[in-house]
Write a protein that binds this ligand. Structure first.
Ligand SMILES: [Zn+2]
Length: 159
């Protein structure tokens, strides 16, 4: 995979994921990709919105299999789905990881501990200087939990 990443674009492409791909969408966001995910959008509506915003559509909808700017995802297993995306659109998953909220796609703001004092457990507050805060939903991310688990997952997938 190292060879693949040498020729990879600087940043992840922008995606739009259909409603069958909720878990894949969350993971791509954790890896730094801008992913539109709206369960209300499907089929032609999703494709039209994605085109208008310059996004590549990721879909399990067989009707969209031949659309030129869509990637039909074969697998129903999210680890294999992630591999399918990387095989077609390689980007370095460690470059922009943990810069985007996995729930609402908003870029995270790096903040000092005082900004999150009432939002994290005391031991977490005490053991970290900096946190990543989602300005839209208020979720807080920190170094010792989410990233390590996710890096472990990526290692196990060979990404
Ligand atoms: Zn958020």
């Amino acid at each position: 995979m190292d060879e693949l990443f040498k020729s990879a674009p600087q940043s992840a492409p922008k995606f739009a994921a259909d409603r069958m791909l909720a878990r894949l969408a969350r993971w791509l966001r954790l890896l730094g990709a801008d992913v539109l995910f709206d369960p209300a959008l499907g089929g032609a509506k999703l494709l039209a919105r994605a085109r208008a915003e310059g996004r590549l559509t990721l879909t399990r909808d067989k009707r969209l299999r031949t659309a030129p700017d869509a990637l039909y995802i074969e697998s129903h297993l999210f680890r294999d789905q992630l591999r399918e995306v990387f095989a077609r659109f390689p980007f370095d998953p460690r470059r922009d990881a943990f810069t985007r909220c996995s729930h609402c796609n908003e870029p995270l703001a790096v903040v000092g501990r005082d900004a999150v004092v009432r939002r994290v457990p005391p031991f977490v507050y005490a053991s970290h200087e900096r946190f990543a805060l989602c300005p839209r939903c208020g979720r807080v991310y920190w170094g010792a939990t989410h990233p390590e688990r996710i890096r472990g997952e990526l290692d196990s997938m060979g990404l």
